[in-house]
Design a protein around this ligand. Structure first.
Ligand code: SF4
Ligand code: SF4
Length: 56
């Protein structure tokens, strides 16, 4: 199951996008969003997020 970003918590820093090995994370409306069709559930983004906005 793909990971997802809670837009109410995300501060749009982009740290997660830089750490995704498959480029599944793109900016959207000043926040970031994970494409569930691309995400391989590696968890790398989750440990990078400073505000814990990412969950599975
Ligand atoms: S879980 Fe891995 S593949 Fe999925 S968005 Fe996060 S870093 Fe990218
Ligand atoms: S690392 Fe967290 S706060 Fe930064 S863009 Fe990604 S989800 Fe948003």
């Amino acid at each position: 199951m793909a990971y997802k970003i809670d837009a109410n918590v995300c501060v749009g820093c982009g740290a997660c996008a830089g750490n995704c090995p498959v480029s599944a994370i793109e900016p959207k409306n000043d926040k970031y969003e994970i494409d569930p069709n691309v995400c391989i559930s590696c968890r790398a983004c989750k440990s990078t997020c400073p505000v814990n906005a990412i969950s599975q």
